[in-house]
Design a binder for this molecule. Sequence first.
Ligand SMILES: [Zn+2]
Length: 311
Amino acid sequence: MPKKIVYGANAANEFQYPENSLIITTTTPDIYEKWLNYMGIKKYEIYDKVTPDPAIEKIEEIKEKYEGKEISAYIGLGGGSSMDVCKYLGKLTGIPKILIPTTFGTGAEMTTYAVVSFNHKKKLLQDEAFLADAAVVDPYFLPGTPFNIMRNSACDALAQASEGYDSKLGNPFTKLFCKEAFEILEDAIMNEKQELLPYGAMLSGIGFGNSSTTLGHALSYVFSNEGVPHGYSLSSCTTVAHKFNKSIYYERFKKVCQKLKFEPLKLKQSLDEAAEVIMPDRGHLDNNPIEVTKQDIITCLDEIINKNPLQ
Ligand SMILES: [Zn+2]
């Protein structure tokens, strides 16, 4: 876990930010200027051209751009992509990083994972050097989040919590966090208590971040490589994976996805091609509670795209 975790109303307002930080964000000035004002942050540099699924070339470009500027800390302010860029930059330069999620789903502020694209393919990386020096989680950023972003993020957090619970790398400590995260997130969505999402996502990050995600995430990347948002692709992928694994979360996960009104997924490539892409993803598949063959992957993909698993 990060050395310092601050959570709750006003957390981002009360936090003391070092001067001459480089803020990295996916949002636009009309939004982040309001945020920076709330955070009371002064004397900073800002890089606001981060796009979803950041490419390694872009990260290296940012590193070069700010070389010699004596940046004291990176502040990742936004969704998963802003935080992933900060994590990778921090590993390259050794500069401390403060992560502040604003869409609440990936739990990236708590984990040693980063997703970076190499040759237009998303790759999940893990490194102790990706861990935040401080994570600041404040529900202030939640209101105004577009419904689509909220629902994709919530689905990601829920998938991570439940896949993390089932992971072979799980232990009583990680299961405690995954179980609690699932219950909070489920309550937040089913009973429309959105203000609970940041806390649920944070606990999910601690839980799955110290175990792993599994088959659902492995299946999802072929859809994200074709442009489907990460959380969206998990709605069907994790549902089918939970069914395959006989997870205790299968029915409950599906119900939440139904409540969020996710549509079935489509796939451009053939099932066989997709299975070839998924099989080498040992980081996810080796930690799945049940062994997965290529034929199992094809059966799961067939169910995802041809049998509407969310019905
Ligand atoms: Zn995820």
